[in-house]
Design a protein around this ligand. Structure first.
Ligand code: BMA
Length: 342
């Protein structure tokens, strides 16, 4: 098997981990944490469910930005802290976003947050109302003050994910332009910025797949992981069935210097709903990756994903195994390979 090096600076030695069970019969080398789901329903006053949430190493432990579905049905973002990445303390107050003058600047609603560290700044990226669904962003260095920064896009766009470092001296953001409803289409695009304010030089990265499990739409998941083989991307792929959409986790590897070029894309899903907490919930049959933790030394990767729009769950893989699996089942289309500029 190839030896894959994890190269990112956000390496963490104490990431949560379990070895793959010896009797695991799944085709893809991704296995679930036996303690799933991590957070029960009604985890704090006023919050009915927490799911589709992101984590980062911070100080000696971990922080999370949680999508908390409030009891009035409106999603908001809450802060969590953990020493082991498994047991979480959730702040019962919403994250207090402010503008650059320190005045309160709370989004009307906010969902599917990602949390990405670039140098010493942590960026929170989420979906919000901007006269239609679009992307909200904020930054913090201390998890006490959270300052909003400009929205990168006009509506409609959902599902934005930052790269953990600049490439060619530009910040990179993956997103999925969409519509105002349940969006029966969607590809992943890349946008670039010199300053995290002005976004442009848009490139197409990947189209929804020819394989059925990702044939309706796809969207970025966890922040791409820098490896010796390219940027390892866990994303979500959606198929349409008689009883609604099914969300699975897919994997691809993007060119390290030109990430709009896909080098490998796995024709098989890596994880698809099959446990009770993925099949049963507010929206059944959803696994929705939002973050990873990884350790450069061991190549271990912990994937945090939302389950059934109700729970946060955890799965594991290793850099060597997952890259080998993606390469073995590689199925690229012509537009995956191209720079994505027309
Ligand atoms: C998407 C987003 C996600 C959600 C998924 C399944 O459009 O709204 O937050 O997990 O649908 O309901």
């Amino acid at each position: 098997m190839i030896q894959v090096k994890l190269l990112g600076t956000n390496t963490v030695q104490n990431l949560p981990w379990q070895d793959r069970p010896a009797d695991d019969t799944h085709d893809a080398p991704v296995w679930r944490f036996t303690g799933n789901p991590l957070i029960p329903r009604n985890p704090a006053p006023g919050i009915a469910r927490i799911f589709n949430s992101a984590v980062c190493p911070y100080e000696n432990g971990f922080v999370a930005v949680f999508r908390g579905e409030q009891v009035n049905g409106i999603p908001a973002i809450y802060l969590g802290r953990s020493t082991d990445g498994i047991a979480w303390h959730i702040d019962p107050e919403k994250i207090p976003f402010t503008d650059e003058h320190g005045q309160s600047a709370m989004p009307v609603y906010a969902y599917d947050p990602r949390l990405v560290r670039i140098d010493d700044t942590f960026y929170i990226i989420w979906c919000q109302d901007f006269f239609g669904a679009s992307i909200g962003m904020a930054k913090t260095t201390d998890f006490k003050t959270f300052t909003r920064i400009e929205s990168p896009f006009i509506p409609f766009n959902r599902n934005a994910v930052l790269f953990p470092r600049k490439v060619n001296n530009r910040y990179l953001l993956l997103s999925r332009p969409s519509d105002s409803g349940h969006t029966p289409f969607g590809d992943i695009f890349l946008s670039q910025s010199p300053d995290m304010t002005f976004w442009g030089m848009h490139r197409h990265v990947m189209s929804r797949g020819t394989n059925w499990w990702e044939s309706v739409k796809i969207g970025g998941g966890a922040a791409p992981i820098e490896t010796s083989e390219g940027w390892l991307l866990f994303y979500h792929g959606v198929s349409s069935t008689c009883s609604g959409y099914v969300y699975s986790i897919g994997g691809a590897i993007l060119d390290i210097n030109e990430p709009s070029k896909v080098l490998y894309r796995c024709g098989n899903f890596l994880l698809t709903p099959e446990t009770w907490y993925e099949e049963r919930g507010f929206v059944p049959n959803v696994v929705f990756p939002c973050a990873t933790l990884q350790d450069n030394e061991t190549g271990r990767i912990a994937i945090y994903y939302g389950a059934a729009d109700t729970y946060v769950a955890l799965a594991f893989t290793s850099a060597d195994e997952i890259v080998a699996y993606i390469k073995k089942h590689n199925e690229l289309t012509d537009n995956d390979r191209e720079e994505g500029k027309r």
